[in-house]
Design a protein around this ligand. Structure first.
Ligand code: HEM
Length: 142
């Protein structure tokens, strides 16, 4: 039987630490620059240097590269760490749109962008902590 070789990690596929750092930096630059990301910008500290470092460290391990976040802080407990911030569908979608834009800007290959967006969606959706009111609640007469 033919031997199955391990595929490249996402970390290797996007181009390692330098490319990942570029992507994270672009993500926070866009968050600061573009008014459409205001809902998530206001949740973050004024100076986002720490945010940049932490997302870079986290994504490094999340994409199969060095576990830089866990080495420093232990288990990320990502959902618990996001509980102080009200995250609903709008915030989730701003985060995802900002990341999609950043990946595009730094020239991540299209197939990889799609793969990553799928995984980012799962994580971002899991971070939601607000009950959304369905628009047609009133139709139920409650
Ligand atoms: C769904 C929308 C999201 C919103 C509104 C959001 C917002 C925030 C905010 C306000 C912080 C705290 C400030 C900071 O330390 O930068 C934070 C921290 C963080 N976020 Fe998010 N985030 C979202 C999704 C995500 C996703 C999808 C990931 C990973 C793929 C992620 C990874 C992180 C990490 C690693 C930290 C640092 C945690 C720590 O304090 O150690 N976030 N986020």
């Amino acid at each position: 039987m033919e031997e199955v070789h391990e595929e490249k990690t996402l970390y290797q596929a996007i181009g390692g630490a330098d490319k990942l750092r570029e992507m994270v930096d672009r993500f926070y630059d866009l968050m600061a620059l573009e008014t459409e990301f205001e809902k998530i910008r206001v949740l973050h500290p004024t100076a986002m240097d720490q945010s940049r470092d932490k997302l870079f460290w986290f994504l490094s391990g999340w994409m199969g590269g060095p576990d830089l976040y866990i080495q420093q802080f232990g288990h990320p407990r990502l959902r618990a760490r996001h509980l102080p911030y009200a995250i609903g569908v709008a915030e989730r979608d701003q985060w995802l749109r900002c990341m999609a834009w950043a990946m595009q800007d730094v020239g991540i290959e299209t197939g990889l962008q799609e793969h990553l967006m799928h995984s980012f969606f799962q994580t971002a959706d899991w971070m939601r902590n607000q009950q959304e009111q369905a628009h047609d609640d009133q139709a139920l007469g409650t």
